[in-house]
Design a protein around this ligand. Structure first.
Ligand SMILES: *[C@@H]1O[C@H](CO)[C@@H](O)[C@H](O)[C@H]1NC(C)=O
Ligand SMILES: *[C@@H]1O[C@H](CO)[C@@H](O)[C@H](O)[C@H]1NC(C)=O
Ligand SMILES: [Zn+2]
Length: 391
């Protein structure tokens, strides 16, 4: 078995202090984010149960894939594009719907010394744009392999894993939570508060993600949400529960990655609320039990939370435009794993066995993830070394 590892870092450390969050302060006001056609107000983002009980007059699901149509689309993709993909399941939702993943790579299913990236859509059942975009992304990559250099780079040098819907039950119920009405983006173990530590008590969708991460050592990932337009990065939670910028050890790298998304997007970086279209999670509003911080702490995986539409559930006619707005962001974010960073393999000196390894940059105090992975070899680099390292 090949053991792979990869770490990315930023050479473009900038002092960006993300602002914003004002209009989603739960104690002051809930903003009207639109939906004029449907005659109801969507309350802000993650903080609120988004009551679909407000009875939209028209069927908001029109033009969106149902769960069985999504399953069909994934399986059709797997057949049509079998030369560079495979389809697998990481578990089932509460109501027994399979959580299907598309892996795209020139050697799908094979472990290689290449970074793995994952996209997760539809974490919140009532934020369905991501699941549509991820199917479009997979098909666009399939159609443009051998035609587009960026796509070639992704297929040849990255293992891309796409979970279009983490919460199919919430989608069919048109609500934020899963079938047990649990917000999955509050269901992960948290670094500051122990209430989610019992893994057995987690929701099946959460457990599926947790064991997925143990199996595949993702370098980076992003989940797709709706209700705002911003690329959000760790920490999502602050120790004192207050709203303020709370930087994680890899703050510079995260700002770099979030900026890749925002700057490649049609207009995310033009945000008036968030400087550069990016924000530290805790500076916006603190979240505990979220998937993003958990990925970083327990998996060493650099996860962003991408809010890609102000409307959580826009008219399906807008989907092709939203896809165009996000296409380059998605591709550039994945490709950044190859275009930056340190990649390589570590072999034992005696019999040439591959070893599990971890690269650390001397100047950065990492959260220690070794205990979670049984990693034995630690390679230390200084930032200067790392810039030029390739081994
Ligand atoms: C981005 O463009 C969309 C569609 O034109 C618009 O609704 C939104 O307000 C714009 N956002 C920013 C930050 O410019
Ligand atoms: C890292 O931790 C060490 C020891 O706790 C401390 O002396 C140092 O200032 C820290 N460095 C950074 C960049 O936080
Ligand atoms: Zn969300």
């Amino acid at each position: 078995m090949n053991i792979k590892f990869c770490i990315i870092f930023s050479l473009f450390l900038r002092n960006v202090i993300a602002r914003g969050g004002d209009r989603i302060n739960p104690l002051s006001s809930a903003s009207d984010l639109g939906f004029p056609n449907h005659g109801y107000v969507v309350l802000a983002r993650h903080l609120f149960e988004d009551n679909q009980a407000r009875h939209p007059r028209t069927d908001i699901t029109r033009g969106y894939m149902t769960n069985s149509e999504l399953e069909k689309a994934v399986k059709e993709f797997g057949r049509r594009c079998s030369h560079i993909s495979r389809v697998y399941s990481i578990g089932k939702s509460v109501q027994g719907f399979p959580l299907l993943v598309i892996e795209i790579s020139d050697k799908p299913g094979k472990e290689e010394p290449e970074p793995a990236f994952k996209f997760v859509g539809n974490v919140h059942g009532d934020e369905p744009v991501g699941r549509e975009l991820l199917i479009l992304l997979a098909n666009w990559i399939c159609d443009n392999y051998m035609r587009d250099p960026l796509v070639n780079l992704i297929v040849d040098k990255v293992h891309l894993h796409i979970l279009p819907s983490m919460n199919p039950d919430g989608f069919s119920l048109k609500r934020r939570g899963n079938a047990n009405d649990i917000d999955l983006n509050r269901d992960f173990p948290d670094q500051f508060f122990p209430w989610n530590n019992d893994e057995d008590a987690r929701q099946p969708e959460t457990k599926a993600i947790m064991s997925w991460l143990r199996e595949i050592h993702f370098t980076a990932s992003a989940s797709l949400h709706g209700g705002a337009l911003v690329a959000n990065y760790p920490w999502d939670g602050s120790l004192d529960k207050r709203k303020h910028y709370y930087a994680c050890p890899d703050d510079g790298t995260f700002r770099f990655l979030a900026s890749i998304y925002s700057k490649s997007h049609y207009n995310m970086s033009l945000s008036k609320e968030f400087e550069g279209g990016i924000t530290n999670g805790a500076a916006w509003y603190p979240v505990y039990g979220g998937m993003q911080d958990w990925n970083y702490i327990y998996g060493g995986c650099f996860e962003l939370t991408l809010e890609i539409t102000d409307n959580k559930w826009p008219n399906a006619m807008e989907l092709p435009t939203i896809w165009e707005y996000n296409k380059m962001s998605m591709l550039n974010l994945i490709a950044s794993l190859v275009k930056t960073g340190v990649h390589g393999r570590v072999f034992s000196s005696d019999r040439g066995r591959p070893l599990s390894g971890l690269i650390t940059i001397k100047e950065i105090n990492y959260t220690d993830i070794r205990e979670h992975f049984g990693i034995c070899e630690v390679l230390f680099f200084s930032v200067q070394d790392a810039i030029s390292a390739e081994f």
